[in-house]
Design a protein around this ligand. Structure first.
Ligand SMILES: Cc1ncc(COP(=O)(O)O)c(C=O)c1O
Length: 381
């Protein structure tokens, strides 16, 4: 049995370049109709905002589809700046947060330089760092009893001579933000250490892909710390992952370094138009956050009753401790046979004994809870 059944990697590609299986891939492998496949592994929101239908029905986009999008994405940038409470010269858009992460590497990490990653965290920090010839210096997070928070002194020491520090708050895949004040203190400490050593501090990229679920952000710190870049996205709380829109937020001079690597038209006109409206509206995003908050508790309780202890989460996903890597893999395989795709972690991963589950629509969550109960009976029978 494969320990990571959702990543169907190709033998001729390095592990960094194997992405999640597609719905078609899962359906084919398990002989299921594609309609039965539900993605509990991607931390997306199940229903796009209603405003999308109106825009698409009217075919009214910022510019005609036969033309390129406006190179400065002015309306999108203004909508994001207003939403995040910053100036329009403090926002750079990209094709999803992932493209922003890639731009940050190009801007701040010379080939051969070191990037610090508190682990476990979002896998793309390692991928984009290594794609650019950088060296990842992993720093283990504190344990579950301490909310998987970063080990502040260890990260500070590791980042002292690094070019880049990747932070993720709330952290994927563990589901909690850093404790209050930690990121601010770390930024101040890194600045002091760098001044004492007569060098520039590492660029600190804080990925806030899930920030809307908490209402908290370190964006206000950007005015004090020139080395801070905050990353946001339309993929999670805004339920628009398929449009691929994300943002970097930082001081104008810092952002100018990131913007050097922005392709002129990687965000499509359709994406630009819809995300601009979603950011201006905000209402459907808030409804989604309230819905996720309610459903997360129900889903976690239902799965806990089936023998899956959850870790606390403030996001649209929950990490469950299945006890051992073997049990996690066996349950994942049985879920997959039913078309329910959990996020698994490879055998060498510190969370190999866990499954990460996205909070999906109520009826989809019910399917998962029922399956978990049935699997518990199968396994104990
Ligand atoms: C922490 C984190 N950052 C970034 C992303 C990617 O976001 P986007 O869809 O905007 O590229 C994800 C998606 O899972 C994520 O979990």
């Amino acid at each position: 049995m494969s320990p990571s059944p959702v990543t169907f990697s190709s033998p001729d590609k390095p592990a960094s370049y194997s992405w999640e299986a597609t719905d078609e891939g899962v359906a084919e492998r398990y002989g299921l109709p594609i309609e039965q496949v539900v993605r509990f592994d991607l931390n997306t929101s199940p229903t796009p905002p209603r405003l999308v239908a109106g825009i698409l029905a009217g075919w009214r986009f910022e510019t005609g589809l036969s033309e390129y999008p406006p190179g400065d994405y002015r309306r999108l940038v203004e909508a994001a700046a207003t939403r995040y409470g910053v100036g329009s010269d403090e926002v750079v858009p990209g094709a999803g947060a992932d493209e922003i992460l890639d731009m940050c590497v190009k801007a701040f990490l010379p080939a051969g330089a070191t990037a610090v990653v508190p682990v476990p965290s979002y896998a793309m920090y390692r991928v984009v760092t290594e794609q650019r010839g950088g060296v990842v210096r992993p720093v283990p997070r504190l344990g579950p009893g301490r909310g998987f928070a970063i080990d502040e002194p260890a990260v500070r020491a590791a980042a002292a001579d690094a070019a880049l520090l990747w932070l993720c708050s709330p952290n994927n895949p563990t589901g909690l933000p850093e404790p209050a004040g930690v990121i601010e203190r770390l930024l101040a400490d890194l600045e002091a250490d760098a001044a004492a050593a007569g060098r520039d501090p590492a660029a600190v990229v804080v990925d806030e892909a899930y920030a809307e679920f908490t209402g908290e952000s370190v964006i206000p710190l950007r005015s004090r710390f020139a080395n801070l870049v905050v990353v946001r996205t339309a993929s999670k709380a805004y339920a628009l992952a398929g449009l691929r829109v994300g943002f970097a937020v930082a001081q104008p001079a810092t952002l100018a370094r990131v913007a050097l690597y922005r392709p002129p038209g990687s965000v499509s006109t359709i994406s630009e138009t819809v995300v601009t409206r979603a950011l201006q509206d905000g209402e459907e995003m808030r409804e989604n956050v309230v819905r996720v908050d309610r459903e997360r508790g129900r889903l976690a309780a239902g799965l806990e009753a089936a023998g899956w202890p959850p870790y606390p989460s403030v996001t649209n996903f929950v990490l469950f401790d299945l006890g051992t890597p073997a049990r996690a893999a066996a349950i994942a395989e049985r879920l997959m046979r039913r078309g329910l795709v959990p996020r698994t972690f490879g055998p060498d991963h510190p969370l190999a004994h866990c499954l990460r589950i996205t909070v999906r629509a109520d009826h989809e969550n019910d399917r998962l809870i029922d399956a978990a109960r049935a699997i518990a009976e199968e396994v104990s029978a």
